[in-house]
Structure formats: C-alpha cells, structure tokens
Design a protein around this ligand. Sequence first.
Ligand code: IPD
Ligand code: CA
Ligand code: CA
Ligand code: CA
Length: 262
Amino acid sequence: MTDFAQLAEDIAREAGDMLLAKRPTMSGVVATKSSPTDVVTALDRASEELIRSRVRAARPGDRFLGEEGGEHGGSSGVRWIVDPIDGTVNFLYGLPDWAVSIAVEVNGEIVAGVVNVVPRGEVFTAELGEGAWLGGERLRCNTGVPLSRALVATGFGYGAERRAVQGEVVAAVLPRVRDIRRGGSCAVDLCSVAAGRVDAYYERGVNHWDFAAAGLVAAEAGAGLGGLHGRPPNSDLLLCAAPGLFEELHDLLVTLDPERDG
Ligand code: IPD
Ligand code: CA
Ligand code: CA
Ligand code: CA
C-alpha cells in the first residue's frame, strides 16, 4: 500500500472512531444549506476539521477540498477530496449507511480512495491499478446482468424542483428493472456496486466529494463509471455499473429525463 492510501485509511478510521463516540450526544442539525432537506450537523464540521488537520500535519503542501470547508490551496500537485460524513441524514436518524470518504488526487487523477462505512465496520479501499478491497477480500462488481434483472440504487439531490424530476424518472425506471434501492449515501451506493450488493447506481446532482473515493473503489472492481455521452461523472449524471448494463441504463436515462442535455 502506498503512503497516500495508508494515510487516507488511518485518517478515515480516526474520524470514524470520533464520530461513533460523539454521535450519541452531538448529532442534531445545526444548519440547513441549499434547501430545508440539506442539513449539516456539528459532527460533519468536526469530522472535516479533524481530517484537514491530520492531512495538513502530514502533508502541509497539499490542496484540500471538503464539503463543509471548501477548497484550501497548496502547491504540491496533490489534492485531498473529502466528504466528512456522506449520508448525513442517515447519520442523524441512526441508520447504518453513512461513511467517511477520503480520496487522494495526484495531478488531476484519483490514485487512492477510502470509504469507511463506520456503523457497519467496513472500510473499502482502492488504489489506481491495484484493485478494490474490503478487508482482505478483492472486490468484483456483478457482470452479465441485463437491465430487466438489475437491482438499481439511486439517490435524490436536495431541492424540490430537482426531486420532482427525479421522482418521475425513478417511476419510469422501476417497472424496467428488478427493483430500486435508495440507501442515502452516494459513497456507500458506489461501494455496493463494487461489492456486488447492487448491480448499478445512478444519481443526478452529486458533487465531487460524494464520489471521488468510492468511484475509484467501483472502477477498480470492474465497474464503468461515467456521466452523459462518455463524459466523466458530473452533476448532470453519475452512473456506475458493469459494461453492458452501464450502456443500457445510460440510454434509458437519457430518454427519460428531458432536462438532461443530449
Ligand atoms: C448526500 C448523500 C445522498 C445523495 C445526495 C448527497 P451528504 O451526501 O450522498 O445519498 O443522494 O446527493 O448530497 O449531504 O449526506 O454528504
Ligand atoms: Ca451534505
Ligand atoms: Ca455527500
Ligand atoms: Ca457530507
């Protein structure tokens, strides 16, 4: 394991331990962001501060992008992309799918990703070209699954207008697939594709910190990861599935969502 991957894993574990210890007494909403459904807790902020201070101590020249604190400069060509709690609403309600997500990007390419799904005691790791792992087990996504037999995870971005469209799209996808899951954490959903726990995941409106680490986990497990029409994933679409299913679901989503370009 490279120094980057090891450091990312150590910090993700430390942040996870802190969150588990403090959650019982400190999990209330402290603010809303883009909409009333877009909440932040004191522990989202505390987790990001812990992660940033550990990164700064170990690698003072690196850049840092976090959901809660935004971008911090650096000159090394290395950037840490962090979601301090992915799945804040699950965290708030005591549901088990939330995670600390840390990715390391070198010269614009993600080289290491760690997703610590704290309540489940599962730490997913990946390094570019070295595979995706859960503990000692190498991960492989499901292959050869047609859309009609696919278990498909999705998510809904914050904001009522966007949700209305997403509701129409998911209503049209549902009769064409095995079933739908809405887990509540983009990072966990992508790791679930990697581990073969679902066959595919799509969402509109995700941010870089949601998928930077888990996207590498899924890609290293053999899944395709992309956006619309061969572009990289972005806020228009993040889609993840094995080749074949990826294209089938992509083409369906393009026809269903009139707001998507193309
Ligand atoms: C959210 C979760 C959720 C997804 C949203 C994300 P947060 O992240 O990943 O599953 O549907 O699009 O914003 O706010 O809990 O870090
Ligand atoms: Ca958030
Ligand atoms: Ca997130
Ligand atoms: Ca978050």
